[in-house]
Ligand binder design. Structure first.
Ligand code: HEC
Ligand code: HEC
Length: 157
């Protein structure tokens, strides 16, 4: 009995090792297969999209993408650069869209006089875009596209 388990474990172990080696080769890294000890060829720093054109939202709850550069915009204990334009009191001058009412709500749904601490760190949710290829393939489909596909497949039935 003892011997039998031994016989099974060795091939199983070998298989695990082989599969492990294959998986390690296929891990997607930003180094693109360059060995750790070597310096990969440097790619250009991608340009931040700074068109000032508000982009489409992919679903109703999406935090809108930032259509302008934010380099050097500090958000810390003392200052919030974003609010210097996006605060209620600032939009007349800045012509920026005001942070929406949800940004004033606490977790119980009460409206606060100031922006809620839950919404203080803007970049947690809002991001800029760069003119570069996607790191991984993106198969996201807009809800409208899904509904259209369903309507077509129901027609076929
Ligand atoms: C100097 C003023 C200014 C500052 C500072 C600023 N913004 Fe803006 N922001 C604007 C203006 C103006 C727009 C409207 C589009 C445009 O002109 O770029 C805008 C647009 C946006 C939008 C798009 C809103 C939508 O509905 O599509 C987001 C999100 C945003 N800003 C987030 C931020 C964040 C986060 C920061 C801080 C890291 C920031 N902004 C700092 C002026 C500013
Ligand atoms: C926890 C995530 C989160 C954080 C943090 C956050 N936002 Fe938002 N923001 C959203 C979402 C989601 C929306 C779209 C739905 C809504 O209005 O609540 C939005 C909408 C906006 C809009 C568009 C408002 C409109 O009416 O078109 C602006 C401008 C904005 N946010 C700016 C900011 C700024 C500036 C900060 C930092 C002070 C910030 N947000 C922090 C999630 C967030």
């Amino acid at each position: 009995m003892k011997q039998k388990t031994g016989l099974i474990t060795i091939p199983a172990l070998a298989l695990v090792l082989i599969l492990g080696a294959v998986a390690a080769d296929e891990i997607a890294t930003l180094r693109g297969g360059t060995p750790i000890a070597e310096q990969a060829e440097l790619s250009a720093i991608p340009q931040v999209v700074d068109t000032d054109i508000r982009s489409k939202r992919n679903y109703p709850m999406q935090p809108p993408l930032i259509p302008h550069d934010t380099r050097g915009y500090d958000v810390n204990l003392k200052v919030n650069k974003c609010m210097s334009c996006h605060a209620r009191q600032r939009i007349e001058e800045s012509l920026a869209p005001m942070v929406s009412v949800t940004h004033f709500m606490d977790r119980d749904g009460n409206f606060l006089a100031e922006i809620s601490p839950r919404r203080y760190f803007c970049n947690q949710c809002h991001v800029t875009q760069t003119t570069t290829r996607d790191v991984t393939e993106n198969e996201f489909k807009d809800m409208d596209e899904l509904l259209e596909e369903r309507a077509v497949s129901e027609q076929d039935d």
